[in-house]
Write a new protein. Sequence first.
Length: 157
Amino acid sequence: MATISQSIVAHNHVAAKVGSVSDDPFGRLIRQSAQAAALSDVWLINALEKTIEVHGVMPAHFASWAGRSGLFEDLTLLMEGVTAWYEQDFIKAAHVLIPQIEIALRGIVSKLGQPVTKKHSTISGVSVVIGMGDILYSKEITDVLDLPGVNAKRPQQ
């Protein structure tokens, strides 16, 4: 099964294609992670809800915990995203928190001494920040992070 490409169908059309493990290791990793999360999210949500109930954990607790990492200059959007999750506004939470995850990843890359910008694809002399895909698909970054599941799939040069 690992050598066969997969199509993800949504609303009567192919929404995405995931290649074989050898052709698309990150796509397979994300697909497998999504499937595992779908099976365990009920338990995780119950555990988190129980933690909130028993310990009185509030959005500020999550934001301040994340702030201790030193990866964020401003915790306002983290607070907004976690508060949205508490209020079960999951669309807002995702749209606010995913860019914050990307910022945190760039912060980790910066702390590793790796560049967090790249040349603009069409405008000479202009750079843009690297995105989550750039980070996850960069051999240099994944080698420094020593990601065994990712690095093991890459051919040795």
